[in-house]
Design a protein around this ligand. Sequence first.
Ligand SMILES: *Cc1c(COP(=O)(O)O)cnc(C)c1O
Length: 259
Amino acid sequence: MSAATAGGAGPARRGELAARLDAVRARIAAAARAAGRADEPELIVVTKFFPASDVRLLAELGVRRVGENRDQEAAAKAAELADLGLEWDFIGQLQTNKAKSVVRYAGAVHSIDRPQLVAALDKAVARENERRGAEGIPPRPRLKCLVQVDLRRAAAPGAADSPAARGGAAPADVPALAAAIAAAGNLELSGLMAVAPLGEDPADAFARLMVVARELRREHPDAAMVSAGMSQDLEAAVAAGATHLRVGSDVLGPRPPLG
Ligand SMILES: *Cc1c(COP(=O)(O)O)cnc(C)c1O
């Protein structure tokens, strides 16, 4: 199903998005209060599978930051909505051959999981700035990079990868990846991202993420972003100390099935 068949336009859709967005914002505020937090995490609305018209309505409702997980779809929406000045976060698994496209519109990539991707993104930003220079456009800022952490507990030796694998680097590999990002001239090491594994209390998974995040900040004090929490588990992420939430379906409605 194409993105154009989900969502919709017009006053009814606007009202629906406004009500859903208000409800999510209220949940975030309540979770922050319950956790005794003085601050609130930043909401990134995940607009994958929904049309550019929905993103435009969300921008009118005050959303400044949106997440996408497929380059082709994100590139088209970002181009169509360039007038809005939104911040685009890339949150999906990324092939190195898409780096060149992603750095044209994304301010941040949350899904850094291997050294080859660090090298490809660093080079892509350099090329993008050469292109901008040749066209008389100012250079883009450094690309914010988050290391995606695989929070599944270490599998038994010899066990096959779980079919529920949701990507990311093993916690033990985070320091080396972080160092590679920090050493890359066109990238900025911003922090960590994770998805809670299926079949486990997300509070336990996010507690493990916060341990990795504290270790990262010891080495890189500015890498303070913790991107965690989706529609189902945002309360647990707020309680654990997430700085950024990635919420899709509870704002936009159910996504059309994959395929
Ligand atoms: C789709 C997606 C989200 C949003 O999930 P919802 O359950 O729709 O809130 C968050 N993070 C990542 C990495 C995603 O792919």
